[in-house]
Design a binder for this molecule. Structure first.
Ligand code: PRP
Length: 191
């Protein structure tokens, strides 16, 4: 028997210093992105590729905001290095199930930070000769960009804060928060 129950004493919200993008604002923006994407791909074949795990919540809401027929598939990547910093080295943990040759591919990301993950992924996908390859990201941190990426649709450009929620994690937690929040530095050993 354990002395103490394995239950957190406080709520996840207590670790958030500020809400950067609230639920209603996310909902509105995702609907607008869905509309724009639907218009761009009207009458065309389309495959949405979600980059796990961060993009799952955005992906789930976005596909329901897209009115044109499309397929979905998933890839998983992992960057080596410190938990709060992208190192530039990317490995593929899960590849696509389908061939993308000759198809219109829309990569769905939760956040672009240094750009290393997408840069690597785009090179990899481009080699498979899709008809087109475009990107939608919910969040963009332009200040942090180390490699140039042409992003087709951005939900929100955000400052260089450590954000979690709506799919984004710290140590695999906080993904279930319905908003995008700034994590208190004390949680990850910052100032
Ligand atoms: C995050 C995010 C992007 C990447 C962005 O993924 O989902 O894929 O980092 O950073 P970059 O632009 O500096 O490469 P992470 O590796 O944290 O995995 P997760 O989505 O499973 O949380």
């Amino acid at each position: 028997m354990l002395d103490k129950p394995l239950v957190r004493r406080h709520s996840l919200d207590d670790d958030i210093s500020a809400i950067l993008v609230d639920e209603a604002t996310i909902r509105q923006r995702v609907l607008a992105l869905g509309e724009a994407i639907s218009a761009a791909y009207a009458g065309q074949d389309l495959v949405l590729v979600s980059v796990l795990k961060g993009s799952i919540i955005f992906m789930a809401d976005l596909v329901r905001a897209i009115t044109v027929p499309h397929e979905i598939d998933f890839m998983a990547t992992s960057s080596y290095g410190a938990a709060t910093n992208s190192s530039g080295v990317v490995r593929i943990l899960k590849d696509l199930n389908v061939s993308i040759q000759g198809r219109n591919i829309l990569v769905v990301e939760d956040i672009i930070d240094s750009g290393h993950t997408l840069s690597y992924l785009l090179r990899l996908l481009q080699e498979r000769q899709p008809a087109s390859l475009r990107i939608v990201t919910l969040l963009d941190k332009p200040e942090r960009r180390a490699v140039h990426i042409d992003v087709d649709w951005v939900g929100f450009a955000i400052p260089n804060e450590f954000v979690v929620g709506y799919g984004l994690d710290y140590n695999e937690l906080y993904r279930n928060l319905p908003y995008i929040g700034v994590l208190r530095p004390s949680v990850y050993g910052g100032e």
